[in-house]
Design a protein around this ligand. Structure first.
Ligand SMILES: Cc1ncc(COP(=O)(O)O)c(C=O)c1O
Length: 411
């Protein structure tokens, strides 16, 4: 049987590059941050890639993330660590669209991936590369979903994993991390405090730091969201993308995907406007965007029910801001109340249970439509990055006594 994870395919990585200074680094050796302390970006021989793969050959492959193998860094099929990363659906939500009087509206539902979130993309590729490069132990801070994916892929790869999360992270994700085989610790702090524990523990524990953007390959996995979106839209793209932004890997990854597709001529020069959605209680990127700053200030007293967006300091802040500005997009903050109302509205109207971060994109879309930042003729894709089932839901207090007559008319 031919599969994307068993067939050997040519690979095209030439080197890595510091995202700030442009300094080159060799491929096929283990890297963390660049010497300037910034994320490294993987570079490919895109001309050779385009000569080796065309859209028709791609269309014939099984529908999973590894169909984009030539755009990914893993050299040998045997090193691919997979749990079945299906392509995620783009679901039209016409009832919401017509209610708001906006343009075509879609939700890309990343909750269908292994471990119930888009973190499977990034960590699937990062753990595959770790396996290829001989890593035996990994560690990461997490708001919940990244840890669940790290645990699952590491277990699958035979790599030990350690995960540190804020003590109030969603309970389902903490249990999931433990069940998937990681050693998980609740920390009385935020995700950046957890990140410090991982960084400080490197010498004592000899683990590889898999924090967001502190290793180069999670971005490559997240890049497949952009490749997949372009393919699903017939190699064109929507006018606007709303993305719930914490560390920003998805935003940066998609922007990189569009650049690479543009360079090989698979898409035209048009790009979606990229909108970074944050919570009012933790909006460092929004503040920096509005101030015209290149970097964000740490956000004090970060709080929101959308745990994945509770990231007070993002090491890739300048890359997020660059993608937003180059695309002609914007950054926008929504309150927790608006997030909760949006989650209920989408579930009631369309039968789609979003995670709070996904619901934030709908709240932001509504806000942007009413203040004119998004046009009524613009098509928009909202990213729901995780299944809604992992998060607290309103309790239901309707009880029926089967031993008494039931007044059906009052149900
Ligand atoms: C459900 C969900 N949405 C959004 C995010 C933010 O993602 P990124 O780090 O790509 O900005 C996270 C990260 O934890 C998440 O779990």
């Amino acid at each position: 049987m031919h599969t994307n994870t068993s067939d050997e395919r040519p690979t095209f990585v030439t080197h890595l590059e510091c995202s700030l200074t442009g300094e080159d680094y060799p491929a096929d050796v283990l890297h963390g941050l660049s010497r300037a302390g910034k994320p490294l970006l993987v570079r490919y021989d895109l001309a050779a890639l385009a000569a080796a793969l065309d859209k028709d050959a791609l269309a014939r492959r099984p529908p999973d993330m590894w169909r984009y193998r030539e755009f990914l860094p893993v050299r040998r099929a045997a090193n691919i660590v997979s749990l079945g990363e299906a392509m995620t659906p783009i679901i039209a939500v016409p009832r919401l669209g017509s209610r708001l009087g906006g343009g075509e509206l879609f939700i890309k539902d990343e909750g269908r991936l292994p471990t119930g979130s888009f973190k499977a993309r990034g960590l699937g590729v990062a753990v595959s590369m770790a396996k290829e490069l001989g890593v035996k132990r990994m560690a990461a801070p997490t708001a919940g979903n990244a840890g669940a994916a790290l645990a699952a892929y590491c277990t699958r790869a035979g790599i030990e994993s350690y995960v540190f999360c804020p003590e109030d992270a969603p309970e389902a994700t903490i249990s999931e991390i433990a069940l998937n085989g990681a050693r998980v610790w609740r920390v009385n702090g935020l995700i950046n405090d957890c990140g410090k524990i991982v960084g400080d523990g490197k010498d004592a524990m000899g683990w590889f730091d898999a924090s967001t953007l502190k290793e180069p390959y999670r971005i490559e996995g997240k890049k497949t969201m952009g490749l997949e979106l372009a393919e699903q839209f017939g190699w064109s793209l929507p006018d606007v993308i709303f993305y719930p932004t914490g560390g920003g890997t998805g935003m940066i990854g998609m922007w990189k995907a569009f650049a690479e597709l543009g360079e090989i001529g698979w898409i035209g020069p048009g790009r979606p406007r990229m909108v970074a959605v944050q919570a009012a209680g933790c909006a460092p990127i929004v503040k920096a965007f509005e101030a015209g700053a290149e970097h964000a200030e740490p956000w004090p007293d970060a709080h929101t029910i959308a745990h994945g967006m509770r990231v007070p300091v993002a090491i890739g802040d300048f890359l997020i801001l660059r993608a937003v500005r180059e695309s002609g997009g914007f950054a926008i903050a929504v309150t927790d109340e608006a997030i909760e109302a949006a989650r209920a509205e989408v579930a009631h109207a369309e039968g789609l249970l979003l995670c709070p971060e996904g619901a934030a994109t709908y709240a932001a879309y509504k806000q942007a439509l009413s203040d004119g930042r998004v046009g009524r003729d613009e098509s928009a894709v909202l990213f729901n990055c995780a299944t809604g089932l992992k998060y607290p839901m309103p309790t239901v207090d309707n009880h029926l006594d089967r031993h008494k007559p039931i007044d059906y008319a009052s149900l």
